[in-house]
Design a protein around this ligand. Sequence first.
Ligand code: FES
Length: 119
Amino acid sequence: MSDGIRLCELSELARGPLGFDPFDDGQDTVFAVLKDGKVYAYTDICPHYGDTTLPWKKNAYLDHAEKHIVCAAHGALFTIEDGLCVSGPCRGQFLAAVPVTIKNNTVWLTESEAGENKR
Ligand code: FES
């Protein structure tokens, strides 16, 4: 049984959030943020339009203060811990969480999630 899809080493996330293309879509579809020793991962889709990716450039998932996840399109802000939009046009909506596990300092997309997202 495999561990799922490898995303990165935990140490890589210590430098900032990262986007990933785990399903070979040709663009980042999942991103992960390390905060207070925990990894939070979401699909890279803003709930405002439902088909817009968040960052204005690769890996630019946080606001300037690095306190919230930000959508560059219309400035929506989301909590890192649960993906809740706390400011912007989709206030009250959530980013879609992606379950990840950490094994031996490596971050993995869990197998069940990988299977559900496979196209
Ligand atoms: S598409 Fe993200 S805030 Fe509008």
